[in-house]
Design a protein around this ligand. Structure first.
Ligand code: C2E
Ligand code: CA
Ligand code: CA
Length: 565
């Protein structure tokens, strides 16, 4: 009987107790590098005459064939020799992963069947341990990581915030939800892959700014949620305003990324009980910021909360309000001021009668514009305008052209043109009685859609006007490249009583040049918001003979307006 056999026989009891402990630790997934587990494995190896255990992991069989995998040495004695005898165990999992364990024997070990059986059991145990560790690691990765981006996800955010609440430290933090601006355009201009890379770079740079004591997590798409220490607020706001990334080294092409964000300063919250409350305020503020036309960042506060509540309320009651015909069309006359102040047209403006009071568009149009509800309202108004015109015509009235406002939200609707024409034709209204008012656009993409719609309407002999010209993002391309019929010049070009310094003089100059440019381009012009005798004089002096405003009439209910026809 050789030496190692003798060892086992002598120490069988100790061997078994070690072995049970080993099984237990592996079963409970105790950390492999734990000194206890190392010690036990060492004891077992000494008893069985093992000089080295090594393992190779491969993603799949082809990786195995090309020797492209990971190596790990589980146990080894200094005297071990690569030429020693070894037994090899090869496992292929259901997912095609391959694990190869090599168990080397000390010289002259001469393993018996008993040894080999024991070694077999130990290696099987280690293999199942490795398998479970791997599954756990993957599960954890899927659980807390956005796999596409390699950064954390919302579950991690909730976990992290939960810990900070439990440690009573959450009041030191600010949460923020943000959305990358113009992502659709970025995608279109540099391609999806590069855009994704830029988004990842953006998030990783932010991770560096925030450091270990906070987190950056992806919510999905180009939306992210972060938690950071209060003292970092200024740095983060600066980063959000614009940071440039190079996406093509060779051609030195770069792009500046800016975001719209909602912030929730947690110290301002009365009490925080669960992680979703930390997210909620930032999320709601971010939504408002995204939709706002004048700011890119909104901090959560009571007034933001009230705004959100009224927003929700309007969204909730809108469908039934539409069904109950609570929306009424008012008509504001458009007047020719050349000689006899004749009625030449009117603009249809919406009023909402709800709970015995009248609601003005400024209170609900911006809310409806945040969803496609605005489109339903616009078609509803067009339909009612057509019904009115048809009735007026049938009653033999002198009908004038009525303009109807169409929100920018419609622009992506490929059926917009068809739907407008369908409604007008359904009511048998000659096309020359309808004008569609559209506002200016901010982006190139919108510009194409706008051009498509206006051209289409033009072909159907339905006229179009640029609403609110002069405020927002007027671009001269807008009037050069699109065949509008009318330019509606915004009231901001008209001098007001409270204008200070030389503002009124500047407005006069601007009005003069806008009007002369429009006339030279062959566009008809109308000025909105005409309120005084001076305004009228100003228009006449500059050769503009169409006006709309309180000087003549406010928007009028249908029955009063139609008496003027
Ligand atoms: P808008 O298209 O620029 O309409 C002109 C607004 O200016 C109207 O406000 C009108 O009442 C007001 N206004 C007219 N004359 C004067 C004046 O002399 N002085 C002043 N200070 N204001 C004057 P309103 O009716 O409250 O409508 C506000 C906005 O709501 C409209 O601005 C339009 O953008 C939107 N809106 C109204 N009805 C509809 C609709 O059916 N669909 C869509 N998409 N938007 C609508
Ligand atoms: Ca308008
Ligand atoms: Ca307007």
């Amino acid at each position: 009987m050789n030496q190692s056999n003798k060892n086992i026989l002598c120490d069988l009891q100790k061997y078994h107790s070690d072995f049970i402990k080993f099984l237990n630790d592996m079963y409970n997934l105790k950390n492999e590098s734990d000194p206890c587990i190392k010690e036990i494995l060492k004891n077992l190896c000494i008893t069985l005459g093992i000089s080295k255990i090594e393992v190779y992991f491969y993603e799949n069989v082809s990786c195995e064939l090309s020797s492209n995998g990971n190596y790990m040495c589980l146990y080894s004695i200094p005297q071990c020799n690569d030429n020693d005898d070894f037994i090899q165990y090869r496992y292929v999992t259901e997912n095609d992963n391959v694990a190869i364990y090599k168990v080397y024997s000390i010289q002259n070990a001469q393993w018996t069947d008993f040894h080999k059986n024991e070694i077999n059991t130990i290696i099987n145990t280690i293999f199942s341990y490795h398998g479970r560790i791997r599954v756990m690691r993957i599960a954890k990765q899927y659980m807390f990581e956005d796999v596409e981006f390699g950064i954390y996800n919302i579950r991690y955010f909730m976990k992290f915030v939960g810990q900070k609440i439990a440690q009573n430290q959450i009041k030191d933090y600010i949460s923020s939800v943000y959305n990358i601006k113009r992502m659709t355009i970025i995608n279109e201009s540099i391609g999806r892959d590069k855009s994704t890379q830029i988004m990842i770079q953006h998030a990783k740079t932010l991770e560096n700014i925030i450091g270990k004591d906070g987190c950056v997590c992806r919510l999905g798409g180009d939306n992210f949620v972060i938690l950071f220490k209060r003292e970092l607020l200024d740095d983060i706001r600066k980063y959000f305003k614009g940071h440039t990334f190079i996406y093509d080294e060779t051609n030195n092409e770069s792009i500046t990324i800016s975001v719209t964000a909602g912030f929730n300063v947690i110290a301002n919250m009365p009490e925080v009980h669960n992680p979703s409350e930390v997210m909620e305020g930032a999320y709601v503020s971010a939504n408002l910021a995204k939709r706002s036309s004048n700011t890119d960042e909104i901090f959560w506060s009571n007034s933001v909360m009230l705004k959100q509540l009224s927003l929700k309320r309007i969204e909730n009651i809108f469908p039934s309000a539409l069904l109950n015909e609570e929306f009424k069309v008012y008509y504001q006359p458009k007047i020719s001021i050349k000689t006899d102040y004749k009625l030449t047209g009117a603009e249809a403006l919406c009023r909402w009668f709800h709970d015995d009071s009248m609601v003005y568009p400024n209170e609900f149009i911006p809310v409806l514009e945040q969803s496609s509800n605005i489109c339903k309202l616009d078609f509803y108004i067009l339909e009612h305008v057509c019904m009115d015109i048809r009735r007026w015509l049938d009653e033999g009235k002198n009908v004038v052209k009525i303009s109807v406002n169409f929100s920018r939200k419609h622009l992506t609707d490929r059926c917009l043109l068809d739907n407008i024409v369908k409604i007008i034709d359904k009511h048998n209204v000659p096309h020359e009685y309808i004008e569609i008012e559209l506002t200016e656009t901010t982006t190139d993409v919108d510009f194409k859609d706008l051009k498509y719609i206006v051209n289409g309407l033009h072909e159907f002999n339905i006229s179009t006007s640029v609403d609110d010209f002069g405020i927002g993002y007027s671009s001269l391309n807008l009037i050069r490249d699109i065949p509008w019929d009318v330019l509606k010049i915004d009231k901001s070009f008209l001098p007001e009583l409270h204008d200070i310094d030389n503002t009124a003089a500047k407005k006069n100059i601007m009005l003069k040049y806008v009007l002369s440019m429009a006339h030279e381009l062959g566009l008809e012009c109308i000025v909105e918001g005409v309120e005084t005798e001076e305004h009228i004089k100003l228009l006449k002096d500059n050769g503009c003979y169409l006006a709309q405003g309180y000087y003549f009439d406010r928007p009028l209910p249908c029955d009063i307006f139609e008496r003027k026809l």
